[in-house]
Design a protein. Structure first.
Length: 270
């Protein structure tokens, strides 16, 4: 999964080289020759295409159309664990890591390993704008994301996503405002060659820092009022967040929990 307008450039940079996808289990990059993820090969791609739709007996034990990687080149490992990636230095010509770094507990370690095993690559995450956008249910961004990510030329900066964001109104950006912006404002990405800089932003006051960022986006008053009224309407209806509960599913089909449990290595627990 990545910003589709960048697809042609990603493929051009891959060329005929050896390509690795790190964290691609939910939606693997078919051009990749290798995939590295903590989840199982046979359940790849089901998260986005099968929850609530496919029977929970469905697996993909054989290659799917267009896939260049194989069962043998699908490597299962905790990418934030104590072991280095199972590849020698500069083995890959290109590495893709898309919509993964914001999820994981140690993105700095993963950035270091990306640079070690590949000569060039592409990183993508949700933009900080999206992660500070509040839904009608009161959740900010995706509740399971751990980091606010900002990318500039040659550098990736991670700021811990404080749980306080969910109630600090000056730090919140209404959904109605963000939805009106062009798609490229909702993701951030970096093409890199021969490495890039990365680090954690340590802030004294997370709420003040988030409020300063939100102030860069002058939200019209009528959109803030609309957000408040919509939120109250949502709460009165008692609608749970789909982000928190997952989509409505039928009996006998994959659910988020069943899929994750089936996809983890047998030594793991969920």
């Amino acid at each position: 999964m990545f910003f589709q307008p960048n697809r042609a450039e990603v493929l051009r940079r891959c060329g005929d080289g050896l390509v690795l996808d790190v964290g691609g289990w939910a939606d693997p990059f078919h051009r990749a020759d290798y995939v590295l993820d903590c989840f199982d090969y046979e359940t790849r791609g089901i998260l986005y295409n099968g929850v609530g739709r496919l029977a929970d007996t469905v697996r993909h034990p054989d290659p799917l159309p267009g896939e260049r990687f194989t069962r043998e080149t699908w490597k299962t490992q905790d990418i934030c664990g104590t072991q280095p990636f199972p590849f020698p230095d500069k083995m890959f010509d290109f590495v893709l890591c898309s919509h993964t770094l914001e999820d994981i507990r140690d993105p700095l370690r993963v950035c270091g390993e990306l640079i070690r095993v590949a000569k060039a690559g592409y990183i993508e995450t949700p933009s900080r704008l999206v992660e500070q956008t509040v839904g009608l249910d009161g959740t900010v961004g995706a509740p399971h994301h751990r980091w606010l990510v900002e990318m500039t030329e040659g550098r990736v900066a991670f700021t811990m996503k404080s749980s306080h964001l969910h109630w600090h109104r000056p730090a919140l950006i209404p959904t109605a405002y963000t939805h009106r912006l062009p798609p490229e404002t909702k993701v951030t990405w970096l093409f890199w060659n021969d490495g890039f800089e990365y680090g954690e932003r340590i802030v004294d006051d997370a709420l003040e820092d988030a409020s300063r960022f939100a102030a860069l986006h002058p939200v019209p008053a009528h959109l803030r009022i609309r957000q408040v009224l919509g939120g109250w309407k949502h709460r009165l209806k008692g609608s749970p967040s789909q982000e928190l509960t997952g989509p409505k599913v039928e009996n006998g089909t994959w659910t988020w929990k069943k899929l994750l449990k089936a996809s983890l290595p047998k030594s793991s627990t969920l």
